[in-house]
Ligand binder design. Sequence first.
Ligand SMILES: Cc1cc2nc3c(=O)[nH]c(=O)nc-3n(C[C@H](O)[C@H](O)[C@H](O)COP(=O)(O)O)c2cc1C
Length: 180
Amino acid sequence: MEFEEVLRKRHSCRAFKPDKVSKEDLQTIVDAAQLAPIAGADYSMTHLTVITDEKLLEEIDEKCSIPLKNGKVIKPLYGAPAMIVTSVTGPSKDNIEYSNVGCAIENMILEATNLGLGSVYLWGWTHKLRKQPELIEKFNLPEGYTIISAIAIGYKADDAIEDVAVDAPVEQKIAVDWME
Ligand SMILES: Cc1cc2nc3c(=O)[nH]c(=O)nc-3n(C[C@H](O)[C@H](O)[C@H](O)COP(=O)(O)O)c2cc1C
């Protein structure tokens, strides 16, 4: 795809087909993270965990689910067949690790779009995760790292609904001042 097409095609996907994502595609997505800008080129602050283990994905979807007032339950991974979890060392004084991870995640999401895959940035599930040390153990993180976010990846379900905000014209999303 042309870069501009990738930018405009990227949207958060919250319904996935059960079809697996190939290891080759996941590797290409991880490679995109390696190309992201990282403060001070200190790559040691960031760690990625690629999860395709069905049992673990189901467990995360269940144990980190969010019950809504209307009785519905949101599964944080939306049933995606793959997830890439970001963890970081710190916190540092200025929380720079959050920006590092944001850059890595955006590169991965754009690469997923380029490969024809759906994806979504995942933050909310970590609130539930933090209260479950036995689940955190299953991520086998290196010593000193804390999970802060993730992306879910998979093939977009035919009935996937995109955010209403997506319909807003591009120029009406983030306010921009020009000082010329
Ligand atoms: C830092 C961050 C955290 C997010 N966390 C979640 C999340 O936990 N679950 C979710 O469904 N979407 C999450 N999103 C996706 C946003 O809701 C989404 O990007 C926004 O609604 C705009 O829609 P679009 O991505 O389709 O353009 C997150 C996005 C960002 C940047």
